[in-house]
Write a protein that binds this ligand. Sequence first.
Ligand SMILES: NC(=O)c1ccc[n+]([C@@H]2O[C@H](COP(=O)([O-])OP(=O)(O)OC[C@H]3O[C@@H](n4cnc5c(N)ncnc54)[C@H](OP(=O)(O)O)[C@@H]3O)[C@@H](O)[C@H]2O)c1
Length: 295
Amino acid sequence: MSTFRVDGARALVTGASRGIGRAVAQALAEAGADVALSARTGDALKETATLVQEQGRTAVLVPGDLADTAQAVHVVDRAARTLGGLDIVVHNAGILPMEADGSPVVLPLQESFQRDWDSVLHVNLGATAAVCRAAYPYLVESPRASLVLMSSVAGVVGAPRMEAYAASKAAQISLVRSLATGWAHHGVRVNALCPGWTRTDMTAFAYGSGPLSDWLMGHVPLGRWAEVADVAAATLYLASPASAYLTGHALVLDGGMSVPDGGLAGTPKPPSPFAAPVPSPSRAADPLPVPEPTP
Ligand SMILES: NC(=O)c1ccc[n+]([C@@H]2O[C@H](COP(=O)([O-])OP(=O)(O)OC[C@H]3O[C@@H](n4cnc5c(N)ncnc54)[C@H](OP(=O)(O)O)[C@@H]3O)[C@@H](O)[C@H]2O)c1
């Protein structure tokens, strides 16, 4: 089991203020890493830092909004400078498109707006490119470099009503394949983890709703939500020497959901809450450019 240890490794975890990122930071610390923690919410990062320190490891706070490329570069540079380099980068920060009231936009593409698409692609893909680019010079200096992108099973099988999210996660998998081959001669491993439905703030709208949760879990042969500890354990595998010969891989961790017709596992499927047409909530349309009057 020692190959799962990352003693003395210098790690950066983005999206570490809650949910999966917090659990990943805690797992890496438990396995021996010092961890730089990034997100926008400083107070929540301090709570994660306490969990890291309780494992006897160093926690460094590098707050920033990764949607801003300059901040993303600053976050990576500060993490590397403070820890003295980077061996592990888990880029986990990500979003669903949100309404102004904080509820997720769950609408087919044809009913959604371009701003929904742009916001998700900007954070989930644009920030990924910025973090990877900024991390490259540090990772190539490490004798045990591992970059893990937190993708999603949605990036593998698609997600009707969450097309932008699924496309952003599929693009992360493509980037992993490209970087893995491009960076292999430096000894840098690059992999994606593709979790299925995991209980976090991001999915509270679904697991908090009985019929929707029942329907979703009806498509998961293992019949339950993933917990953040499930995702953290798989991330540790990708970050540690236990996966030393693995690169360019997208590891699907979804309770069997993506197996073609997971129903063959015998899981009874409740009726879809989406079976009837769902009226669009009233939303302010994107402002359309007003054409100049022609003389
Ligand atoms: N939950 C699931 O079912 C599931 C399934 C598959 C994949 N995933 C992926 O796993 C990752 C973590 O998801 P989660 O469920 O743990 O979500 P979450 O609870 O909503 O946490 C998202 C994290 O990302 C950070 N973040 C969001 N936007 C940011 C920005 N612009 N700059 C910096 N940090 C930002 C958030 O911190 P602040 O708000 O403090 O900035 C938070 O720490 C995401 O990439 C998600 O797509 C989740």
